[in-house]
Design a protein around this ligand. Structure first.
Ligand code: ZN
Ligand code: ZN
Ligand code: ZN
Length: 138
């Protein structure tokens, strides 16, 4: 199934209209892999020049509501949006070369369980990136 089919099926299932703006924004996230609203805007404007930053944010919100995209905070700036994979992932961000490595969310299972057991805290573990230095930069 292509990304476009997934988008229109999911939108209709959840009672949203399929609009050119939503398609342009979703396609931009797919193309970029990880994109800030600013970079998504630049990419999506290639197909729909009427988009602006606030329409991009509004459409990202809809796409996030229907679980097609998720956001994470990879650094100090705007959040980064990515396609919601079937398997959630953690982001390892290198503070030297800014590379992003995705690892399965289960990598942090022991920490998640520890925090739940000892502190009754349910962690949203993939909401923020883990900062450090990558294998090349160490
Ligand atoms: Zn957030
Ligand atoms: Zn991601
Ligand atoms: Zn690095």
């Amino acid at each position: 199934m292509s990304a476009g089919d997934l988008l229109s099926d999911r939108l209709r299932d959840r009672g949203f209209r399929v609009t050119m703006q939503r398609r342009a924004v979703f396609d931009a996230v797919v193309a970029l892999g990880h994109g800030t609203p600013e970079s998504i805007l630049r990419k999506a404007q290639e197909v729909d020049a009427t988009l602006n930053l606030s329409t991009v944010y509004r459409n990202l919100e809809v796409l996030e509501d229907i679980d097609l995209v998720r956001h994470a905070h990879l650094g100090h700036g705007s959040p980064t949006y990515h396609v919601a994979h079937e398997h959630r992932h953690l982001h390892l961000v290198c503070s030297v070369c800014n590379s992003i490595v995705e690892v399965p969310v289960e990598t942090a299972d022991s920490l998640v369980e520890l925090l739940a057991d000892r502190h009754q805290f349910a962690v949203d573990i993939d909401h923020f990136a883990i900062q450090g230095r990558c294998a090349q930069c160490r």
